[in-house]
Design a binder for this molecule. Structure first.
Ligand SMILES: NC(=O)c1ccc[n+]([C@@H]2O[C@H](COP(=O)([O-])OP(=O)(O)OC[C@H]3O[C@@H](n4cnc5c(N)ncnc54)[C@H](OP(=O)(O)O)[C@@H]3O)[C@@H](O)[C@H]2O)c1
Length: 269
């Protein structure tokens, strides 16, 4: 069988890099993306192509250059993403749009530009990296949750619309993993006169502690490899600690107010 060509958006760091390293070890032909190759002069794990998912021109040229090199894209992993925190009432609207541009519109545009090639190949797999946070409106992370939840939902639509062309789609929702996500995250400033000041400040501290003590992103790479090797992937997968994965089951079975109390006590990424 021919070596599968895999494109990972945001392959330069964290989860995307870990996925790329694992898939390369498994024998896949891996390409990652970054907004700026010059930022990673020593990166040698797999080739990096330039793409900013907020800029459709860069998406088109990146995919065109990969197709010129390999003539096919077997697996697309929409991994590039950013965090955003803030009280809903105080999060600047332009930052809401920026987060959605990266976490939602970006993956849509990447998919729309890869689908014609996959249709021509009569096969292809797209895995959208969402988040366990996308299944629940977390306090002070509502915009992040919403952007990831929106990606979960449209994946279901794409999945049914493209099945007839031999294309498969799924989502993988990670819990907390130790990456650089905190450094790229937009934090709404904690205003001294804000009614949310104390609660927001302590949530911010716990979010950072959760990421720092999160799992090894290599685990996400292993999960991705299993999904690629699955003949007929499920619509959705999760990866993370038992309690983070189990939180989704709890949401389904607990009365709404109980579940809310749990989230108020502690929330996952
Ligand atoms: N870490 C966690 O606990 C966790 C949990 C759930 C979900 N996730 C999701 O996992 C994915 C990877 O995050 P991570 O934790 O690995 O964070 P990370 O270490 O900050 O990596 C983010 C990656 O996204 C790329 N990126 C950011 N903005 C981009 C843009 N506009 N266009 C193209 N690429 C862009 C970055 O590339 P350059 O900066 O090189 O351009 C980088 O490779 C994200 O979708 C995140 O939401 C993470």
């Amino acid at each position: 069988m021919k070596t599968k060509v895999v494109l990972i958006t945001g392959g330069s760091s964290g989860i995307g890099k870990a996925i790329g390293i694992h898939l390369k070890e498994k024998g896949y032909k891996v390409y990652g993306t970054t907004r700026n190759k010059r930022k990673y002069p020593a990166f040698s794990d797999f080739p990096l192509l330039e793409m900013d998912v907020r800029n459709v021109e860069t998406i088109r040229s990146c995919i065109a250059s990969l197709l010129a090199l390999e003539s096919r894209i077997d697996v697309l992993i929409n991994n590039a993403g950013v965090g955003i925190t803030g009280p809903m009432e105080e999060t600047p609207h332009e930052e809401v749009l920026r987060a959605f541009a990266t976490n939602f519109n970006g993956p849509l545009n990447v998919m729309n530009n890869v689908l014609p090639a996959m249709r021509e190949q009569k096969e292809g797999l797209i895995i959208n990296i969402t988040s366990i946070a996308g299944y629940m409106g977390l306090p002070y992370r509502g915009i992040y949750s919403a952007s990831k939840g929106a990606l979960e939902i449209v994946t279901e639509s794409y999945r049914m619309e493209t099945k007839a062309f031999g294309i498969k789609l799924t989502t993988l929702a990670p819990g907390d993993f130790a990456t650089n996500i905190a450094s790229g995250r937009y934090h709404t400033p904690v205003h001294d006169d804000s009614p949310y000041k104390q609660a927001y400040k302590s949530t911010l501290e716990s979010i950072d502690a959760d990421v720092d003590s999160g799992g090894n992103p290599a685990e996400v790479g292993e999960k991705i490899a299993k999904i690629i090797e699955t003949k007929n992937p499920k619509p959705h997968y999760r990866v993370g600690s038992f309690i983070q994965k189990f939180s989704l089951t709890l949401k389904g079975i607990l009365p709404g107010r109980w579940f809310e109390k749990l989230l108020e006590g502690h929330s996952s990424h």
